[in-house]
Design a protein around this ligand. Sequence first.
Ligand code: 2RA
Length: 340
Amino acid sequence: MGYRVAVVGATGNVGREMLNILAEREFPVDEIVALASRKSLGTECSFGDKTLKTKDLDTFDFTGWDMALFAIGSDATKIYAPKAAAAGCVVIDNSSLYRYDPQVPLIVPEVNPDAIEGYSQKNIIANPNCSTAQMVVALKPLHDRARIKRVVVSTYQSVSGSGKEAMDELWNQTKGLYVPGQEVEPSVYPKQIAFNVIPHIDVFMEDGSTKEEWKMVAETKKIVDPKIKVTATCVRVPVFVGHSESINIETEEFLDEDEAREILREAPGIMVVDKREAGGYVTPIECVGEYATYISRIRQDGTIENGLNFWCVSDNLRKGAALNAVQIAELLGRRVLKKA
Ligand code: 2RA
């Protein structure tokens, strides 16, 4: 006995990864349906060794379906998520629409699994922003041991976070720099992304931060601890897949770098690769397709009493989105629906 599962937005980067990961992890599926907009009707999507043809989201009836993993923008989610939830289908939503709603749990299963108890308020569970997910996996075990007071994070986010069009722009713009007459002007991004970095993700807020930076602050507080102070600078870099983050934390209690390394080594979802030698650290290219959040460069920050620095890398389409959503589905099945 398994679950009837819908993947909504099955033709996008994240939707395709959701299908891949549901199959890889042999999620107990009785029936699965790939849903997309009418213009993508009939598009083929892989589900393990099976091929699904997308069905029309607009006319789909979610009645009798156990859960729907949503990977569409907030505008479309606003239309279809309430329909699915009202039909009794639990929505696991990757958009930012419900993340800050007090009646919707925002979950990273390695960090706050008990929050799943709150799903029934709206029959919706929110998936965090990709840059938040990998960071809180690393923060949680250190916070439990030494109580984190403050986090300073700089991110180096791959273009797949902006979608397939951005990946094409990076590819074509890079190629165009070497092929006369094939120059590609910026369109997805305000400036050239090839061989460049852009300190701007999402819209600018009143205080000069960007919404991506605000998300990291708000979501870390909701998932880990509202008392933690977070300041973020989010940067787009010319990498296809894999977000990297330079993280500095200040803790209540002193935490020695060696103890921190051992704590992280034992923590769920984390792989520590940390040798003080050339190549003794993880780079985004190495995390693509993997489940783990990788931690390297763990070291004391001697400029403050209780400070630590470390490097954090993860596949933003996986732990940053699709894997976390599937892990929430697994948690929902284990703790709530209990059909398999
Ligand atoms: C990005 N975190 O990287 C945002 C949305 N995926 O563009």
